[in-house]
Design a protein. Structure first.
Length: 351
């Protein structure tokens, strides 16, 4: 089998190219939009046929190159069936196989960093691509995108540490230049998850990291929910009339929200301190942080029109997609968030 580990130095993101040396069929894990030209040049030089791109999760720090590669080569994008991007061509669940030539990647669902985290194990168990669920001497954070330290602990211990000790671990990122680890190494040396660390201790560690939000989250997440296309599918946002399309997420302008606030349910998905900040909130909006949207929205009426709101429009799109997957028929995100609301000089509540 042919194998290449590639890196985007700007975000320390690893992409992985695997190919059958006889059939020349290939797959590419976690392509980065800015590196598409490099990746396709390698594919061409090696005489490969790229059949699939695979996403380990909806990334918050870079935009995937899946959509551009699909347009240029006709590849099929593979995403998680639950919590992934609905635009994906192939939506996979635990145990599914993604073939390339005589080989295949076996899907292991490993949620906890995000709802839709996947790890891809080579069918001979010699290597596993863990995305952000398990990093070298670390793991992905659990404080946004429906992160849950309890779920991540069990994902790693049940789905990854259960692999043979010699299985090589290839992570989604590394910020110290490390390229590969093994199950045995991480079981012993991972300071968060290895060495017999209990679930309670791990949860305590993860709940006290106090990390800043990823710099590109408001751009990357909505784009990656659309397979790397930043222009989301929208209906025209008129001051009057309904822009909603059943089963689709649309964007509406602040002016439409002003004109129609009486007939829609306004949901602010920021954190409580943001909700009370000087940036303000829309009168009548209720607070439901994006990380808790699933549990908070569970009892809501599914036919009620909803508009989600955040700071700049990124998290509200993420929340709107989550609500759509929960069965809400009419969901929109307010374009530009409270920044656009303030730029328009519209009335707000603070404190």
């Amino acid at each position: 089998m042919l194998f290449r580990q590639l890196i985007d130095s700007e975000t320390s993101t690893y992409s992985y190219l695997l190919a059958d040396e006889d059939t020349r069929e290939a797959v590419l894990i976690d392509p980065v939009k800015e590196q598409v030209e490099r990746d396709l040049q390698i594919v061409a030089e090696l005489g490969l046929t790229l059949v699939h791109t695979l996403e380990t999760h909806v990334h918050a720090d870079h935009i995937t190159g899946a959509s551009e590669i699909r347009q240029r080569l006709g590849t099929r994008s593979v995403v998680a069936a639950h919590g992934g991007a609905s635009c994906g061509d192939v939506q996979v669940e635990d145990g599914d196989r993604v073939p390339f030539g005589r080989h295949a990647l076996v899907v292991r669902t490993t949620p906890g960093h995000t709802d839709g985290c996947l790890s891809f194990m080579l069918d001979d168990e010699s290597m596993v691509f863990t995305g952000d669920a398990l990093l070298i001497r670390g793991c992905g954070r659990t404080d946004f995108q429906q992160g849950d330290p309890h779920r991540l602990y069990h994902s790693v211990h049940d789905k990854l540490f259960s692999l043979p000790p010699q299985t090589l671990i290839y992570p989604g990122h590394d910020y110290k230049g490390r390229t590969v680890s093994s199950v045995a190494e991480e079981r012993q040396h991972n300071p968060r998850l290895g060495g017999g660390t209990s679930e309670a201790a791990f949860v305590e560690i993860m709940n006290n990291l106090n990390l800043a939000q990823p710099k590109r989250i408001d751009v990357a997440v909505p784009a990656n929910l659309n397979c790397g296309v930043r222009e989301t599918a929208t209906a025209q946002a008129h001051p009057t009339g309904s822009p909603f399309v059943a089963g689709e997420v649309v964007e509406v302008d602040p002016s439409w929200v002003v004109a129609n606030s009486h007939s829609v349910f306004l949901v602010d998905v920021r954190q409580p301190e943001e909700f009370r900040s000087e940036l303000g909130r829309v009168a009548g909006s209720v607070l439901a942080p994006v990380g808790d949207i699933g549990s908070i929205a569970a009892p809501w009426e599914r036919k009620r029109p909803i508009v989600t709101i955040c700071r700049s429009g990124g998290r509200s799109l993420q929340a709107a997609h989550a609500l759509r997957e929960m069965g809400f028929a009419e969901v929109a995100s307010m374009r530009g968030g409270m920044l656009a609301w303030n730029e328009g000089g519209l009335p707000k509540i603070t404190g």
